[in-house]
Structure formats: C-alpha cells, structure tokens
Ligand binder design. Structure first.
Ligand SMILES: Cc1cc2nc3c(=O)[nH]c(=O)nc-3n(C[C@H](O)[C@H](O)[C@H](O)COP(=O)(O)OP(=O)(O)OC[C@H]3O[C@@H](n4cnc5c(N)ncnc54)[C@H](O)[C@@H]3O)c2cc1C
Length: 488
C-alpha cells in the first residue's frame, strides 16, 4: 500500500446532505480541526443537500432526542430558522381514526432547504472544505490492495474530471449511492437493495385555510400518521404541521402493493393522484396553496424514494464507510431517516478520526463504527423490518381491530420510544378474540414480538471484528428467511 501521507486529503465526504455535513463537522470536532476534510456535493453551494431536482424532499420531522445526541457530543446546535416548528410527538391513527398511538416524544419540523445552509456554515467554520457542483461517479481503488483511496467524478464548471485521493472516503450520497452500488473492493457491504424494501414517497408543503377542527386530521402540536392500506398501500400517509396553517402533507407506498391495488380497482393512479386524493379528503385543510415563500421556493412539491429495511449488515470496507440513507438507515416502520443519520454521522466522524490517527483505515480498524451504531440505534431495525412486512399484509379492518384490542400501555410506551411492542396481552385475551383473521393477526403479533427479542439479542452480539461476521450474518439470515416466508 502507498503511504497514507501521500493523499490529497485525510477524509473525503461524498455528499453534503444532512449526514455528510454532520460527519464532516464531527470529524473536525474530534480531530481538533487538525485534519484535511473535503465534502463533495453535486449541487451548487446555495442548493447543497438537495436530494433531487424536485427539492429537499422529506417529511421534515425529527425527534429532539437525536438532535440532542449530536449537540451533546459535537457541540452543533440547531435553532430557528432551520427548525421551523416544534411538536410534542407523533400520533399514529388507525384507518377508522378511533385509535391513536403516540410515537417519539418532543421533536421538530425542520426546514430542509435552510438546514444545509446552516450545516455548511458550521462545517466551514470548523475548517472543512466544500467542493460543490461535482457529481461523483466512482471510487478510486489502489492497485491490488483492495482499498478505496479516493473519488472520481465530473466537474462541469471546469470542464474536467474531478479526481482526489484520501485516507478515507465516507459515502453520504443517499439511497441511490452509485459508489455503494459499484463498490469496487471486496467487502461484506450489501451493494443493492430489493425493490420491495424501497417506498415511493411524495409530499407537498402547503399553506391552507382552516375549514374545521379535527385533531385526527391536523394538529399544530402533533405530527399525524394515518395507517390506511387504501390511502397508502403498503405504506402510510402523514400530516406534519409547519405552523398553525402550514403543513407538510404526503404519503409513501410500496410499489408492489400499489400496483396490486390499481389492478384490483381497474385504475391507473399515480403517486401524485394518490397524494392529491389524500389532501382532498382532509376535513381541516381547505384551499391548499403551495408555499411560495423564499424558504420553500423550489421545494414545495416533490417525490423521492426511501428505504424501509434494516441498515446495511456491514457499513465499512478498507478506506470506506457508509452513513445515512446510503447505508439504508431510515427506520423500517416510519421511514424516519434523519435521527439515525444524525447518530451514525456523529459516531462515524469520531471513528474516522481515530482510524486516521492510528494510521490504519482498514475495514478492521473502522469496524467499531458498525458496533457503535448498532448499540446506539441499529439493534432494533431488523425486528422492525419484520414487523413492517407483517403490517403490510394486513387489511384496514385488521389494523383497526389490532390497534384497538392488542396494544397495552406497555406496548404504547415501547412504540413511543421507537421500540418493537411486546403484545403480551395477546396471549391473555386469546379466547375472546373475534374472527379467524384477527386470531391469525394475534398469532402473528406474538410471533413478531418473540422474534424481535431474539433479533435484538443477536444484534447486541454483533461481531467485534470481521472474522466472525459471516457466521453472525448466517444466523441473522436464518431468522429473517423464516419470518419473510411467513409474511410473503
Ligand atoms: C418523502 C420523504 C419523507 C421523509 N420524511 C422523513 C421524516 O419526516 N423524518 C425523517 O427522519 N426522515 C424522513 N425521510 C428520510 C430522510 O429525508 C433521509 O433519511 C435523510 O435526508 C437522509 O440524509 P442523507 O444525508 O443520508 O441523504 P440525502 O438527504 O439524500 O443527501 C444526499 C446528498 O448527497 C448528494 N449526492 C448524491 N449523489 C451524489 C453524487 N453522485 N455526487 C455528489 N453528491 C451526491 C445529494 O445531492 C445530497 O446533497 C423522508 C424521506 C422522503 C423521501
């Protein structure tokens, strides 16, 4: 291997979105601003963090606890105007609106267009360099060493190829990462995602007149989630308040379930039609108008994809790390990806610095990032992935019945903390359960709960080093294969 000293930078961060800028600031913080850190993003600096041509597409909601996680560790603080509106939590409603389950606790609705500007300012202040308007195409690999040593892409402004080397590349280019998909080194990282593990999502940012009072449709203090297989097949719909009469409203679908619904009903609805129908149906929102304010311009309508599986089983290779959506971190149940991206990027920055300071950016040296992320967040995602698959197979009637009868206070507390519910009441009320489908549902809930316990324990035993990973992954696959064949 050539000397690590001969590289252009210590760390190159590919993608200057939410995760990329935190990873950069974290590395700058933990190194005492002694490392050369370069963030490369394909957008111009004034539009950094933009996911797609339709904008910074997101539901914009994040739990306060994860923002605090970052602030307490690396001193980055967010406030007004990048935090647009505070909320007391998330309420998930059953299709009949009769049962509400609270999620997550205090949180914020962000302005995703303004946040990257604040993040860039913080990173630049900490000595990070930012190269904008470069679309990265590939990773550079050192001859015969199975090690990533840089990035390559197009620099149209200078009509040239952009090529830079580093001791470590941190990939934060989001769910469609071409760097991960074409990863040119031997590694345990999974390169491709199954299409059923991706949700098509879209949302509007609207100002509106208030037609009615109904807190199951709009609540300025709570993010509302509607579970409904007709409104959002295989996914869910949301109404997140951005003020007293401003809203982020949208939904996510699983393509397979959406296609099946279109076929069943003999229609050809698009995602946009489905969202428009959902807005129409809302009894509080009247005369919705796309927000035209400067802070939302170019961002008030958009669609994008989000992953709903567990994070990549391994997130490091020689000279390479994956963070945020590039690593499939959004929570399988509600596609919340900001929280895990914040946690992972904060950890990744520190692990990167430690590896560089010990002159070893090999897979083995970076391995503890896998472990630390799992201990702080990732331990629960496989169980939630199984739960998500089970939920996607339910009818609205089953969801109504299950939310009404099978959730104890303890389950609600668990869900509030983002954990898998235990459904311990299911066994006790067994003989009183009405209908064969609901009995089957009860059995499945008890099954997912038992399996979740095993999966959480398995994740807490994630290997300490790469040598035993294959064995660990085999056991994981055995658990998941059994569950996935049950919930096909
Ligand atoms: C409709 C929708 C609603 C959502 N709602 C919520 C929500 O309410 N709460 C929540 O927690 N999560 C939500 N999520 C998920 C959340 O938005 C993501 O988890 C989060 O943005 C991940 O940040 P990231 O930095 O990993 O990736 P991204 O935000 O996708 O950033 C990637 C960055 O990399 C850049 N980039 C990409 N490719 C290249 C390349 N080749 N070269 C250079 N630069 C590149 C992009 O331009 C961008 O700046 C939602 C997602 C969607 C689609």
């Amino acid at each position: 291997m050539t000397s690590l000293d001969k590289r252009d930078h210590d760390i190159i961060i590919a993608g200057g979105g939410l995760a990329g800028m935190i990873a950069a600031s974290s590395a700058a913080y933990y190194s005492g601003q002694t490392l050369s850190i370069l963030v490369v993003d394909r957008n111009p600096l004034c539009e950094v963090g933009k996911k797609t041509i339709t904008g910074w597409v997101c539901g914009d909601a994040v739990g306060k606890n994860t923002v605090d996680y970052m602030s307490n560790r690396i001193g980055i603080k967010w406030g007004y105007p990048e935090i647009e509106h505070p909320v007391k939590g998330v309420m998930a409603y059953s299709p009949d609106h009769e049962t509400a389950v609270p999620f997550d606790g205090d949180g914020y609705i962000l302005n995703r267009k303004l946040l990257p500007q604040k993040q860039t300012k913080d990173a630049l202040k900490a000595g990070v360099e930012v190269k904008d308007m470069v679309a990265l195409r590939s990773l550079i690999v050192e001859n015969n060493s199975n090690t990533v040593i840089g990035v390559e892409g197009d620099d149209p402004a200078n009509k040239s190829t952009f090529k830079k080397t580093a001791k470590l590349v941190i990939d934060c280019t989001g769910v469609t990462s071409v760097l991960r998909t074409n990863l040119p080194v031997k590694s345990f990282i999974q390169r491709r995602i199954h299409r059923d593990d991706l949700e098509g999502t879209g949302r509007y940012i609207y100002n509106f007149d208030i037609a009615n009072e109904d807190k199951t449709f709009f609540d300025p203090d709570y993010c509302i989630i509607h579970l409904d297989q007709k409104l959002a097949p295989g996914g869910y719909a949301w109404v997140f308040p951005k003020g007293k009469n401003k809203v982020n409203i949208g939904l996510g679908i699983q393509q397979k379930a959406f296609d099946a619904m279109n076929k069943r009903e003999g229609v050809h609805k698009s995602l946009k039609t489905l969202i428009d129908e959902y807005v129409q149906l809302n009894t509080v929102i009247s005369k919705p108008k796309l927000s035209k304010s400067e802070t939302d311009e170019g961002n008030s309508w958009g669609t994008w994809q989000v992953s709903v599986r567990r994070q990549n089983d391994c997130m490091v290779a020689n000279g390479y790390m994956l963070v945020g959506d590039a690593a499939w971190m959004p929570k399988p149940l509600d596609a919340g990806g900001i929280g895990p991206a914040i946690i992972a990027a904060t950890i990744a920055g520190r692990v990167a610095v430690e590896a560089i300071q010990s002159n070893d950016t090999s897979q083995r040296s970076l391995w503890k990032y896998n472990k630390e992320f799992i201990n702080d967040y990732g331990y629960k995602t496989a169980g939630l992935e199984v739960f998500r698959r089970m939920l996607q197979g339910l009818t609205n009637e089953q969801i109504n019945y299950g939310m009404k009868h099978f959730l104890s206070k303890m389950d609600v507390d668990k869900i509030s903390k983002g954990e898998h519910p235990e459904f311990s009441t299911v066994d006790k009320i067994g003989i009183f359960i009405r209908g064969a489908l609901n009995k089957k549902l009860a059995e499945n809930l008890a099954y997912t709960s038992r399996l979740n316990e095993k999966l959480v324990e398995h994740y807490y035993n994630y290997p300490d080093n790469p040598e035993t990973f294959t064995h660990w992954q085999q056991i994981l696959n055995n658990y998941l294969d059994e569950a996935f064949s049950k919930f096909k």
